[in-house]
Design a protein around this ligand. Structure first.
Ligand code: DQA
Length: 145
């Protein structure tokens, strides 16, 4: 059966393209969704792509992925650095999780250097812009095969 990958995006990522393009690039979230769908069909993976600004909604999406997904790619945005609730939800997932950030948080403010998501993720890809999502899909495919 075709494996399904949940790609979950947190707060303010809906504004990609307009938001600090010098940090996050000029691609919009729908460009990134298209890139993921193209790579998913190349790899034979089903893509379930979501964005929410809400912390609780992101917890709900992670809980849904527990039932429906074979792997999770998560860019939790600022919640990566703050959310124990998201960490707790990730800990009860038993599928591989890859954390993605468009920017490289380690070159930025100190408060971005810690990520709760990293504690639960199999791997982390950061600083490579939208290509990070493509690389995360390739990594998940390898992990699932
Ligand atoms: C981000 C990095 C976070 O520090 C920031 O809060 C974001 C985006 C990234 O993709 O580079 O919203 O997750």
């Amino acid at each position: 059966m075709t494996k399904k990958i949940a790609i979950l995006n947190g707060p303010n990522l809906n504004l990609l393209g307009e938001r600090e393009p010098e940090v996050y690039g000029t691609q919009t979230l729908s460009d990134i969704e298209q890139l993921c769908r193209n790579e998913g069909s190349r790899l034979g993976l089903d893509i379930d792509f979501h964005q929410t600004n809400g912390e609780g909604q992101l917890v709900d999406l992670i809980q849904e992925a527990r039932k429906n997904a074979d792997g999770v790619i998560l860019n939790a945005g600022a919640y990566s650095h703050t959310s124990v609730a998201i960490f707790d939800a990730l800990k009860i997932l038993n599928v591989p999780i890859i954390e993605v950030h468009l920017s490289n948080p380690f070159q930025r403010e100190d408060f971005r250097h810690y990520s709760f998501v990293s504690q639960a993720a199999k791997g982390v890809i950061c600083g490579l812009g939208a290509q990070g999502y493509r690389l995360a899909l390739a990594a998940i495919k390898d992990l699932l095969d």
